[in-house]
Design a protein. Structure first.
Length: 383
């Protein structure tokens, strides 16, 4: 499947109007996993040097980030086969989410199976495809066809040859001991741009699954107070488990719609708003279904969160606004909205990407230029 097939016509045209000749590179990059897969050293429990030694003993090849002292990355392996490769094996079809995971080396579990050819038996070699027919991996069936379709848990296919391979980390002892958190480089930069300190009240408005909140906690050395908000009970429960694994103790979880933050009657010294977005920068993206109309609607939706953040930020306080999307409507246009509401843009203490579209002091990560997720960061002061 080419990017012409993977992205809706309206979105392809939107990208070409916005990025010109670079649009083709951006779409091609979005369809592959990140070239450098990052984890964040949990400095509450260990140091980068110690963790690197542990990871090497566990059989991995970690590398130091040149940008952040808590950053470690692993090089992506692959592509392991061409897009037109036809192995001619019995077929298992996985849903989009499971397919994108298999595509970069994860195992295929039964809840992710949509269809399986009849006659598949445990031990058979099978090919795994996404719902549109793209080959994402080859593996050994650990269930029969019927069991794959009916089971709600368990390993369906042991993936032996994914299209790309990133390290599998969740079974490592170092992971179980809470020595690191898998987190993209731009996401780590966002917490660094916030520059939290233990004397401050910090609010994370869309906190689950907890990557940025736990990073802020370690930057504050587990001191001070972080209020983490999310409206999903399940996501907060998982976040609570993550914080416990990481040894984080200064985060207070609140279940609520962050648009209602002013109802708490608190004034934060610093607020992180990683806004709900169209996620157009997430990689890998085997195919995309969103259209420019959804971009405009999402940008309007985000302004309710922005207004809640402004009202809950003390005078002189700082707001860091971030998204994992590429559209200026959700990024630069919303920053201009904040400027109209009395905020002022500031330079960012960690700046390793590109300047914004029409705004110098915002930071844009492009998948093709920076080999990361597509991401956006702005830092503003309430004046």
């Amino acid at each position: 499947m080419s990017y012409e097939e993977a992205f809706p016509k309206e979105l392809r045209e939107y990208y070409r109007r916005l990025f010109g000749s670079e649009a083709e590179e951006i779409m091609a990059s979005l369809r592959t996993p990140v070239e450098k897969y990052y984890i964040r050293v949990n400095t509450l429990k260990t140091s980068r040097s110690k963790l690197i030694r542990i990871l090497r003993r566990e059989g991995l090849k970690p590398r130091r980030s040149p940008h952040l002292k808590e950053g470690i990355y692993f090089e992506r392996e692959g592509a392991n086969f061409d897009d037109d490769y036809e192995p001619g094996l019995k077929r298992v079809v996985a849903n989009k989410f499971a397919s994108e995971s298999v595509y970069q080396g994860a195992m295929l579990y039964a809840p992710g199976v949509l269809k399986a050819d009849k006659g598949i038996k445990p031990g058979d070699k099978v090919e795994i495809r996404d719902p549109r027919g793209l080959l994402v991996g080859i593996g050994i069936a650990r269930m029969g066809s019927k069991e794959m379709m009916l089971s709600t848990r368990g390993l369906a296919v042991e993936v032996t040859l994914p299209k790309f391979r990133l390290p599998s980390l969740s079974e490592l002892e170092s992971f179980k001991e809470g020595l690191f958190y898998a987190q993209s480089l731009p996401s780590m930069v966002a917490a660094r741009v916030l520059e939290p300190s233990e004397e401050e009240l910090v609010i994370d408005m869309a906190a689950a699954p907890g990557g940025k909140a736990s990073h802020i906690a370690q930057l504050m050395e587990n001191k001070g107070e972080i209020i983490a908000i999310d409206k999903s009970r399940n996501r907060l429960r998982k976040m609570e488990e993550e914080l416990k694994r990481l040894g984080v103790k200064n985060v207070r979880l609140i279940r609520m719609d962050a648009r209602k933050l002013p109802e708490l009657g608190i004034q934060g010294d610093k607020i992180l708003l990683d806004a709900p977005c169209t996620a157009l920068g997430i990689r890998p993206k085997l195919w995309e279904s969103r259209t420019p109309k959804e971009i405009v609607a999402t940008a309007r939706y985000q302004r309710a969160f922005i207004w809640a953040a402004i009202k809950s930020l003390r005078k002189g306080g700082m707001l860091v606004y971030s998204t994992c999307t590429l559209s200026p409507e959700e990024n630069e246009a919303n920053v201009r909205y904040m400027l109209e509401k009395g905020l002022k843009l500031e330079e960012q203490p960690v700046f390793i990407a590109s300047h914004g579209i029409g705004l110098e002091d915002v930071q844009r990560f492009y998948p093709n230029r920076h080999m990361t997720q597509g991401f956006f960061i702005a830092r503003l002061r309430k004046v």
